[in-house]
Unconditional design. Sequence first.
Length: 91
Amino acid sequence: MYQIKTTPTFDKNIKRLDRQIAKRIIQKIEYLVNHPELLRFPIKYLPKELEGLQKYRIGDWRVYLWVDHKKKEIVLYGVEHRGRAYKRFKK
């Protein structure tokens, strides 16, 4: 089982969401803790400081995270609606 760590950005993002949406995201993250093999697709063309960042789709929302399989830890970076998420990381 993997450990979960959050960043201040993630904490701020999740608090701003509708309660039902936040609950759904948290439930999916809890599922991923037991199934980390699903987290294997880093985002391409990121700045150096975001290297290895991954996104995980939960409905219309995208959760950004880093996975360290050696330490068995998932670091949650942020949550955005898909419309804003794709604009952020365009080339």
